[in-house]
Design a protein around this ligand. Structure first.
Ligand code: SF4
Ligand code: ZN
Length: 359
């Protein structure tokens, strides 16, 4: 049999090609592929001025493919900048939230620990069970017991809020509110000026399109403005993988030799139906019109250039417990409500105690 001819990378023309790029049709080697992804991340970070030498950065690490890839790429391309930050006393930190999901969270915690140790990062783990007194599993079970429903649901919500009671007790609502809030608060109170999140291009445009289909302009504006938000009250959240497709993240991590948790969260099943439909539409569009995902992102970036203005102070309602913004329909913010009504604790005191042990 004749020996098979090796196809060479169409960029460097030296190494064997192992990756087919859908959009350009090019075939590239591992080195050129990884270089291209790193270039994308470098470009988006520079375009949105995501990091400078004065910053102290906090990586949000869940142990999934996105956060582990983000950690590897940012440490690779900005090692010198991070070393400068460290010399100024602003060493980076990684934060992982252990929500307490049986059969799911432990594996990703182990992966996160290993990845942070390899990167030489201080790793802070916030456990719902240890700090709030209840794991997410226990919170979900308590919230699903009609005899133990929290007081704030007793007032019958009307109009737009008619379904609010059911929605706020869904696992992902409790988890999402507490996780986002804890990440933000731990990062801020450990002195971080930037919180790095692993959201990729697919996440961003799926969320955008879901909001388009819901007609939720407020959320679209909020998501777009968060990229440039420099409100000193919040740690600025940055998304270095915002311009990288999910499939490229998986491929990058495979070639970088990184581990990640691939099993989905058991609570995600009921909450991903709508997102799954959007994913289906996008995948069809990518098949028939390669590059569609990049074009949606381009549309988003170029159509919402003015949304960086933070809301006017007088229009914000504030939580009577922690002082953070809240819905005008409630006395406290959702994080304070969940912790108070479901766990019988005060969110601010829990956070003070946690920070006093980790600062
Ligand atoms: Fe939390 Fe829902 Fe995500 Fe699971 S799928 S980690 S419950 S937000
Ligand atoms: Zn509050």
């Amino acid at each position: 049999m004749p020996a098979q001819e090796t196809i060479l990378c169409s960029r460097c023309k030296k190494n064997p090609a192992i990756v087919v790029r859908n959009l350009s049709g090019e075939v590239t080697c591992k080195r050129c592929f990884m270089g291209e992804i790193e270039k994308r991340v470098r470009r988006i970070m520079s375009r949105y001025k995501m990091m400078n030498k004065e910053d102290k950065i906090a990586f949000a690490i869940s142990g999934g493919k996105d956060s582990i890839t983000m950690l590897k790429i940012v440490m690779n391309i900005h090692g010198n900048l991070i070393a400068q930050q460290s010399r100024r006393g602003h060493a980076p930190v990684a934060i992982t939230i252990d929500e307490g999901i049986k059969g799911y969270r432990q594996e990703s915690l182990d992966i996160s620990r290993r990845a942070c140790a390899e990167a030489g990062l201080e790793h802070v783990v916030f456990s719902f069970e240890k700090e709030f007194g209840l794991s997410l599993d226990a919170l979900v079970s308590k919230a699903s017991d009609p005899g133990k429903l929290p007081e704030f649901l007793e007032k019958k919500p009307r109009g737009q809020l008619k379904n609010a009671g059911k929605l706020i007790l869904k696992p992902c609502s409790i988890c999402g509110v507490l996780r986002r809030r804890v990440l933000e608060d731990v990062a801020r109170r450990l002195g971080a000026t930037k919180l790095l999140l692993g959201h990729n291009l697919n996440d961003e445009i799926e969320t955008f399109l879901m909001n388009v289909f819901r007609g939720d302009v407020t959320r679209i504006r909020r998501a777009a403005s968060s990229l440039l938000d420099d409100n000193p009250e919040f740690v600025r959240k940055i998304k270095p993988l915002r311009d990288v497709l999910q499939q490229d993240i998986v491929l990058y991590l495979h070639h970088a030799g990184g581990q990640f948790q691939s099993a989905p969260c058991p609570y995600s099943v009921g909450d991903v139906v709508f997102r799954g439909e959007i994913q289906g539409i996008l995948s069809q569009m990518e098949d028939s019109h390669p590059g569609s995902s990049y074009n949606v992102m381009k549309f988003l970036d170029e159509t919402f250039p003015d949304v960086k203005q933070p809301p006017v102070e007088s229009s914000i309602s504030r939580c009577s417990n922690c002082g953070r913004p809240k819905s005008k329909h409630m006395g406290k913010c959702m994080a304070c409500y969940y912790v108070e009504r479901l766990c019988g604790k005060n969110y601010v005191e829990v956070m003070d105690s946690f920070i006093s042990r980790h600062a």
